[in-house]
Design a protein around this ligand. Structure first.
Ligand SMILES: NC(=O)c1ccc[n+]([C@@H]2O[C@H](COP(=O)([O-])OP(=O)(O)OC[C@H]3O[C@@H](n4cnc5c(N)ncnc54)[C@H](O)[C@@H]3O)[C@@H](O)[C@H]2O)c1
Length: 281
């Protein structure tokens, strides 16, 4: 170990020491992993979710707070932020991660479904961002807003157009928020997960051939773990990212590098042989 290695390790840990962070959708999947890692990095975490049973369970296990909240409802988000500020006298980080997916087919989407998707996935992010930012500005500035978008926000998707539109909106909102709030020292970023192992992708992973086919289209050849997103979230929330704002960090195993399925080794061998034969003719 290089000289000073131990001290460096200690300095590297607890990157969020003393910061007060709200994590929406913290009861399951990516939000749970983010809450876990934030707590391990020294943050005071408040998990906010509509799934009260799962939320209480996770909060008990991690020794963090839980508060019921529907992110699509302004009063509910206001009560969440006010409660956290009242208990802790501050709010440093808002992780607007709660989201819903799944969809009827394009032609079958009705107004109610469309509105609910946008209300939770896009309006919910805006409400969390605006209400947290108002508090941060009133306190004198400084803070971090971190949103969860998706690879589908950067590309279209024939089966989930409302979801893809909501996640594209999150990328746009992240940029606009960074521009509006930078003057107050508030950084606004997003993570853009690829295909991660949470219940949101359970359907895809339930059929082995489907899972294999999807994995082959990911350059790193496997679905991501929730901890992969939590690592990116800690980085973006920490002072290590102090000059990063307006950015969406895609954590996707390389998904967005291509629009063609990655070739298998066998297919690549065939291609090389055929190419060599063609050049030899
Ligand atoms: N899993 C993936 O592959 C993937 C990929 C890209 C983006 N995402 C995004 O990551 C985020 C987390 O997804 P996940 O995979 O952990 O899904 P998940 O279903 O496991 O967790 C989502 C959480 O959000 C909560 N939630 C839903 N509606 C809410 C509301 N109105 N108010 C408060 N909480 C609400 C749920 O109760 C749940 O705890 C979502 O925004 C999702 O769109 C996930």
């Amino acid at each position: 170990m290089p000289e000073g290695g131990v001290c460096q390790d200690v300095a590297m840990s607890m990157r969020l020491e003393g910061r007060v962070a709200i994590v929406t959708g913290g009861a399951n999947g990516l939000g749970e992993a983010i809450s876990r890692k934030f707590a391990a990095e020294g943050a005071v975490v408040v998990i906010a979710d509509v799934d009260e049973a799962a939320m209480e369970h996770v909060a008990d296990e991690l020794g963090v707070e839980a508060q019921s909240c529907d992110v699509s409802d302004r009063e509910s988000v206001q009560a969440l932020v006010d409660g956290a500020v009242e208990r802790h006298r501050r709010l440093d980080i808002m992780v607007a991660n709660a989201g819903i997916a799944n969809s009827p087919s394009y032609l079958d989407i009705d107004d109610e479904f469309w509105s609910r998707m946008l209300d939770v996935n896009l309006t919910g992010v805006f409400l969390c961002n605006q209400i947290a930012a108002r508090h941060m500005v009133a306190r004198g500035g400084g803070g971090v807003l971190l949103n969860t978008s998706s690879i589908l926000g950067a590309e279209g998707h024939p089966q989930t157009p409302a979801y893809a539109a909501s996640k594209a909106g999150v990328i746009s909102l992240t940029r606009s928020g960074a521009m509006a709030l930078g003057q107050f020292g508030i950084r606004v970023n997003a993570v853009g997960p690829g295909y991660m192992k949470t219940r949101m992708t359970e359907g895809l992973r339930a059929v082995p051939e489907l899972e294999k086919g999807m994995a082959e289209m990911i350059p790193l050849n496997h679905f991501g773990e929730p901890g992969d997103i939590a690592d990116a979230a800690v980085f973006l929330a920490s002072d290590e990212a102090s000059y990063i704002t307006g950015h969406t960090l895609f954590v996707d195993g390389g998904w967005l590098t291509h629009h063609l399925p990655a070739r298998t080794e066998e297919q690549e061998d065939i291609r090389i042989r055929a190419q060599a034969e063609a050049e030899a003719r």
